[in-house]
Design a protein around this ligand. Structure first.
Ligand code: SAH
Ligand code: SF4
Ligand code: F3S
Length: 451
């Protein structure tokens, strides 16, 4: 076996932005220790899969991917394969039985121990599961890679866990209870990132509008620790854009609405998970708001910030969802005119209340409803994007477009992808004005405007 410092680690991420962030922390911890990080699966000595359990499909995808590594392990028997993240937390030792060529399983509460665990496991060479759901180590959460290519944008986990227990959702079981990081630590992390060239920050938390409350009920309209955090971040010189995900509508109170609409660095696009437009289903989902409350939050945001656009998460085919319930979801989606939506077919998750509910719906119904909402969405975004032709948008340049590297891609404050011909002065993170000349439902195309 090579010395630890010669070992190359490959990390592949499945799941949400929180998992992406955890993978970055893991990579930073490993490279600060003795390991080097590689993006080549074939060169790696240690392969780690950071997994998601939110839907059955997410688990199957990761298991399928790890399953086919059996051959790689046969040809390179010294390699070490591990699973971390939410599926590791949820299924622990089962995974070692199911995947014989797997070497270790590390749950979400053990991320900070990754370098130490890998080193000792390699020496022992027997299979182990580390799945104690400990309070997260905030220092590990703050570790970032010095990424030279893409360092205009970074994300920060401001809290971990979730206390909401929506009846369909596995996240509280695999991520533990809410723990908010102290504001000073978050500001320090943001300032360091900005000093290293970051111009846009994405704040992450499963129940981010409840930041600082750690399990307390939604507060009165005048109080929001998350709004206070946003105000502090907005004061950082050299930071240009702030985004956040995901706020729960029950915590999106007037104090937060005021902050989001008055602070200039907060982007003009809000991701506000709806889940269902039917009050009956929302209740069964243990989502403590009504469709009317949801609309009142959206309408307040729209009236204070008319350019604000919205995206959402919606579940179709929740147990007992009738045609009327589904139409209520469809109706509110059209009313808000969501510009983007993640539409999910309900998937039974272990330990959750909804998994035991009667009236589980057939896959066929879920597929039909999913298709209808996707068609509505494509129609709406096509129309909305077309309405932007002729307008000038402020775009943060990202880098060469994937399809045609002579052109560049960037994003508007409203999170629209904009393709343009670059000029020599433009680099990743530059803010430029682009006049939109053409649109498709997914993309806008335009020309840089010289002011
Ligand atoms: N914390 C975020 C969501 C995290 S999970 C929030 O509260 O909005 C991301 C999305 O996955 C959820 O918004 C939900 O729409 C979807 N989801 C969660 N559990 C699911 C399940 N069992 N079946 C289908 N979709 C699910
Ligand atoms: Fe899951 Fe609900 Fe928590 Fe979001 S708020 S992570 S949907 S339990
Ligand atoms: Fe999946 Fe875990 Fe995120 S279950 S959605 S990776 S918090």
């Amino acid at each position: 076996m090579k010395a630890d410092r010669d070992l190359k680690v490959y990390i592949k991420t499945f799941g949400c932005q929180m998992n992406e962030r955890d993978s970055e922390s893991a990579a930073a911890l490993l490279s600060a220790d003795a390991f080097s990080i590689t993006d080549s699966e074939k060169d790696a000595d240690i392969l780690i899969f950071n997994t998601c359990s939110v839907r059955d499909q997410a688990e199957r995808k990761a298991i399928g991917k790890i399953g086919i590594l059996k051959r790689l392990k046969r040809s390179r028997p010294h390699i070490f394969i591990g699973i971390m993240g939410c599926m590791a937390q949820s299924r622990g030792a089962e995974l070692l039985k199911e995947i014989p060529h797997l070497d270790f399983v590390i749950g979400t509460g053990q991320l900070h121990r990754l370098p130490e665990i890998i080193k000792s496991e390699i020496r022992k060479r027997h299979k182990t599961v580390f799945d104690e759901l400990a309070r997260p180590d905030f220092n590990a959460l703050a570790a970032h890679l010095a990424d030279t290519e893409n360092n205009f944008s970074a994300s920060i986990a401001v809290m971990t866990g979730c206390n909401r227990f929506c009846s369909y959702c596995i996240v509280p079981y695999v991520r533990g209870r809410e723990h908010s990081r102290p504001p000073d630590e978050i500001i320090e992390e943001a300032e360091k990132l900005v000093a290293s060239g970051v111009r846009e920050i994405l704040l992450l938390g499963q129940n981010i509008a409840a930041y600082g409350l750690d399990g307390k009920s939604p507060p009165k309209d005048a109080f929001s620790p998350f709004a206070e955090l946003l105000e502090k971040l907005n004061n950082i010189d050299g930071l240009y854009r702030i985004r956040f995900t995901s706020p729960h509508p029950a915590y999106f109170n007037d104090r937060l609405i005021d902050a989001v609409t008055s602070l200039p660095k907060i982007c003009e696009s809000i991701h506000l998970p709806l889940q269902s437009g039917s009050d009956r289903i929302l209740k069964l989902m243990n989502r403590p708001y009504t469709s009317a409350h949801y609309m009142s939050v959206v309408n307040k945001l729209k009236s204070k910030s008319p350019r604000m656009i919205f995206s959402t998460d919606v579940i179709v085919g929740f147990p007992g969802e009738t045609e009327d319930d589904f139409n209520a979801t469809r109706g509110i989606m059209n009313e808000v005119a969501f510009d983007n939506a993640f539409i999910f077919k309900y998937s039974k998750r272990r330990d959750t209340l909804a998994a035991e509910m009667p009236e589980q719906l057939e896959q066929k119904i879920k597929e039909e409803r999913n298709k209808i909402l996707l068609e509505d969405l494509a129609e709406r975004t096509g129309r909305y994007n077309a309405s932007l032709v002729g307008k000038i948008l402020e775009v943060m340049a990202e880098g060469p477009s994937k399809r045609n590297s002579s052109r560049w891609a960037g994003r508007s404050s409203s999170n629209k992808i904009v393709i343009f011909e670059p000029e020599s002065s433009v680099s990743s993170g530059s803010l430029i004005n682009v006049k939109i000349e053409r649109s498709t439902p997914m993309t806008l195309f335009g020309k840089i405007q010289v002011s």
